[in-house]
Design a binder for this molecule. Structure first.
Ligand code: UFG
Length: 337
């Protein structure tokens, strides 16, 4: 069965390709390599022993998207990761984000409708909840006004799919709302490859520990949390990848309850920044150089998932602990250093 993975050389995409291949799917990857490297393809092949089909293609090029789907009419499902994902960059360049994340989604959906491809998985984010009023966050929590153009593209993306599903009964879609994906494949052959100075906590920690960055800044310790630092739900990327395969199977087997569903993907456990640092220090047996600085604008205080729906309806549960995820991130950092 042929599955298209857009953005398949990215962080979550590449781990999902591995899990799909492990389950026997034939994978076609589209990636424009704007934030990924062809080296990732080698990592995937080294892990699975199978070569996915790869096409370097920019989904902003509508005629190229049309030509691609014409040439691959046997695709039975699409997992759509391709998107820009840096919150700060989206604030500086909103139109780039709307073009990259919205136009491309529309072009892909248009071809799916034309070819009657029914199974579509969308990368969404817990960012759609903003600062939720209650913890843990269930899928029924209200969608708050987006904090950034990036967050807005995830909200609008879900709306676009929902509206499209309403008038196209044959289209079945699942939006997966990720909490904070971290870690790397246990083989240390694929992992996160941030370009430039990392914006996210875990690559910043591992790059500091290896000596690439001098010091980690912890953004604020005066939040109303157990130790004053922000709380997030850090989920191992391999657990996340497995959830995509399960969600896809749900659609392929027509087990979905409605033709547009959403699921939170997290561990259900919140960890503070200082707890993450502690977990890292323990598994790496190092001391991390960090200092407390001012809050980072736009950070929510706390976000962790109510995973009941994913656990019961999808039959999926995150397996890895924070320490296991941190250890895999550290192993990966040592390989790519
Ligand atoms: N943090 C630091 N120092 C750093 C980097 C991060 O203290 O150098 C803190 C942040 O303040 C936050 C926590 O670590 O409290 C996690 O920050 P990340 O940047 O790793 O992750 P975010 O929760 O801010 O962002 C993630 C995704 C976004 C998504 C958002 C939704 O990266 O794509 O979750 O909440 F929009």
């Amino acid at each position: 069965m042929k599955i298209l993975v857009t953005g398949g050389l990215g962080f979550i995409g590449s781990h999902t390709v591995v899990e799909l291949q492990n389950k026997g799917y034939q994978v076609v990857i589209i990636d424009n390599l704007s934030n990924a490297s062809l080296e990732v393809l080698k990592g995937i092949v080294a892990i699975t022993g199978k070569s996915p089909i790869f096409e370097k293609l920019d989904l902003k090029n509508k005629s190229a998207v049309q030509a691609f789907f014409k040439a691959h009419q046997d695709i039975q499902g699409v997992i759509h990761f391709a998107a820009s994902k840096a919150v700060g960059e989206s604030v500086d360049n909103p139109l780039m984000y709307y073009e990259n994340n919205i136009n491309t989604l529309v072009y892909v959906l248009q071809e799916l409708i034309k070819l009657k491809v029914s199974n579509f998985i969308f990368s969404s984010s817990c960012t759609v909840y903003g600062q939720a009023d209650t913890m843990p966050i269930a899928e029924t929590a209200p969608i708050k006004p987006a904090e950034s153009p990036y967050g807005n593209t995830k909200q609008i993306g879900e709306e676009i799919i929902k509206d499209t599903c309403k008038v196209n009964a044959q289209l079945n879609s699942i939006a997966l709302r990720y909490f904070n994906p971290i870690g790397a494949h246990q083989s240390a052959k694929i992992g996160e490859l941030p370009i430039g100075v990392p914006q996210n906590l875990i690559p910043y920690i591992t790059q500091t520990a290896i000596g690439k960055r001098e010091q980690l800044s912890v953004f604020g310790d005066d939040y109303p949390t157990s130790d004053g630092t922000c709380v997030r739900d850090y989920i191992h990327v391999v657990d996340l990848a497995k959830a995509h395969v399960i969600a896809l199977q749900r659609l392929l087997e027509s087990k979905n309850a409605t033709n547009f569903e959403v699921f939170n993907l997290g561990t259900g456990k919140g960890s503070t920044v200082l707890e993450v640092i502690k977990a890292f220090e323990k598994v790496s047996n190092t001391k991390l150089n960090y200092k407390i600085v001012d809050r980072r604008p736009g950070d929510v205080i706390s976000a962790y998932a109510d995973t009941t729906k994913a656990n019961t309806v999808l039959g999926w549960k995150a397996q890895s602990t924070l320490e296991q995820a941190m250890l895999s991130a550290w192993k990966w950092q040592k390989v790519i250093n």
